[in-house]
Design a protein around this ligand. Structure first.
Ligand code: MN
Length: 497
């Protein structure tokens, strides 16, 4: 794998606001409690990254210094603030105007209950988050900051789960800002939605999207040794069932996997694309090879779709350790039984086996598209469960992320002659309304299909990256969506990119 960090390599800085008004004893208690809270978060199974208490800040200078340090430190993926006491928020303006990392405002208090007999004015002065956090919230609103607000008692599981979810989004932000995408050739001719402004996208999301010649990939494929192929075939035999006698076709995919991985790792890239229209010198369209690379965490997009490829990688990184799997996907065809309408999702070859319900089979079949030899591929069914589909589109002047809630079901049919991996799902609120909404919003035919990420996680990510977010859910209705899209179009034009 390329030099990708794991979630535990990222730190979140817990910064507690106060002031000098209350005397040193109060500040000592605040610091002691804050470090206990940070240590407790750090040890919690819901919290996927490190949490480090970075101090109780009391002045404009301290706040500005800590924000500068957070910006500069590559381990720091975001800051979490909480006002144990009152912290006048004009002190935060200079620091916050410099902040370049994701920001979460945790609104909680150290004690769960009011101590009936003990409460006096000393207690009141120490435990002021109820109004201290309001002063802090105002400056976030006044400065129009992208922020996550989490409200609840700090020991409660829902608070920790939401904090953990937001951290995953923040890691996605860091991954995005460092992501390189290798395009083997261009995108499919005449296709609109796979186009996009790569300069604008790099300014907004950080992605470095560049092209590598297919001829160079072919040279790399030809340089792979028989011993390297033998070793990888061992791994294939351990992980998958072989439902083919055409071993040479499988060996060629192993060659392609090894060659593409070498190039991606050499370039430090986390995602790549190819297209069946640009395979000059390659014997097969990579099928098994692309499925295998996705399984290892690389992003992939077919037909040169670099946006979906990058998002696949980012979502895989964000959801490390969560069950369910994440795959490149395409709505292919529908089953329109009235009231029970379903989508059948698949691709020509390339669906990631992390979403498989059972052990995938390696099969070799002809491919009508691309004019090459029969490619080997993994064939399997996706598993049932709640999931989302994600599409990122370029609206011209801005990016829009569309997320739809879906529910995958056990595929209704066996489909014995369908030679590709497949998932069947119900789109929310129902397929007909959901597809209507998707088309109005301009969602692509390619998506990231993920059981592991949630709509909230993607919404948080979109807010951190400063892009538009549209959610199609069980409560979506067409009339309100049309109004939302119209209003957002005007708002984003006023806002500028
Ligand atoms: Mn496609």
């Amino acid at each position: 794998m390329h030099a990708q960090k794991s979630l535990k390599d990222y730190e979140f800085w817990f910064i507690v606001g106060s002031q000098f008004l209350y005397g040193p004893e109060v500040l000592e208690i605040v610091a002691d409690r804050a470090s206990k809270m940070a240590a407790s978060f750090d040890a919690d199974a819901h919290i996927p990254c490190r949490v480090v208490y970075k101090g109780t800040v009391k002045t404009n200078e301290e706040i500005t210094r800590i924000v500068k340090d957070a910006n500069y430190d590559d381990r720091c993926a975001g800051i979490i603030t909480w006002m144990h006491t009152f912290s006048p928020s004009k002190m935060w303006i200079n620091g916050f105007s410099l902040l370049q990392k994701p920001y979460c405002h945790l609104h909680t208090q150290f004690n769960r209950l009011i101590p009936d007999k003990e409460i006096d004015m000393d207690f009141m002065n120490l435990n002021q988050a109820a109004h201290g956090d309001r002063e802090h919230g105002f400056i976030g609103a006044r400065m129009r900051m992208a922020r996550k607000v989490i409200v609840g008692y700090w020991e409660d599981e829902p608070v920790r789960a939401r904090l953990g979810s937001w951290m995953r989004s923040a890691v996605g932000c860091s991954v995005s800002r460092n992501l390189k995408v290798v395009r083997f050739g261009d995108n499919m001719r005449e296709v609109a939605v796979t186009e996009g402004d790569k300069v604008e996208t790099q300014m907004k999301l950080g992605w470095q999207v560049n092209t590598w010649a297919v001829g160079d990939l072919v040279r790399e494929i030809e340089a792979v040794t028989e011993a390297e192929v033998d070793a990888l075939m061992e791994e294939y035999r351990a992980k998958y069932d072989f439902a083919t006698d055409n071993i040479e076709a499988v060996r060629y995919q192993a060659r392609e996997e090894i060659a593409m991985k070498k190039i991606l790792d050499r370039e430090g890239a986390g995602a790549y694309t190819n297209t069946f229209q640009d395979l000059h010198g390659m014997k097969q369209l990579p099928g098994l090879a692309s499925q295998r690379l996705m399984e290892q965490g690389y992003g992939y997009g077919g037909e040169g779709d670099w946006k979906v490829s990058a998002m696949t990688h980012i979502v895989k990184q964000m959801t490390e350790g969560l069950p369910g799997g994440t795959a490149f996907m395409e709505d292919y065809t529908y089953d329109l039984e009235p009231g029970k309408e379903l989508s059948l999702g698949a691709h020509m070859l390339e669906v990631c086996p992390t979403v498989a319900a059972a052990k995938p089979r390696i099969e070799v079949h002809p491919l009508g598209i691309g004019d090459r030899e029969d490619p080997a591929r993994l064939v399997f069914e996706g598993h049932p469960g709640k999931a989302i589909v994600i599409s990122l589109i370029d609206m011209g002047g801005r990016l829009r992320m569309i997320v739809q809630d879906v529910e995958a079901v056990k595929p209704k049919y066996g489909m014995p002659n369908l030679p590709v991996a497949r998932i069947m799902w119900k789109a929310m609120p129902d397929l007909l309304t959901g597809a209507h909404a998707w088309i109005l919003a301009g969602g692509a035919h390619h998506t990231v299909f993920t059981y592991a990420a949630t709509a909230e996680m993607m919404e948080d990510w979109a807010e951190m990256m400063g892009i538009e977010f549209v959610h199609i859910s069980s409560s979506t209705d067409i009339e309100s969506l049309k109004k939302e899209l119209f209003v957002m179009d005007v708002a984003w034009k006023l806002k500028g990119i």
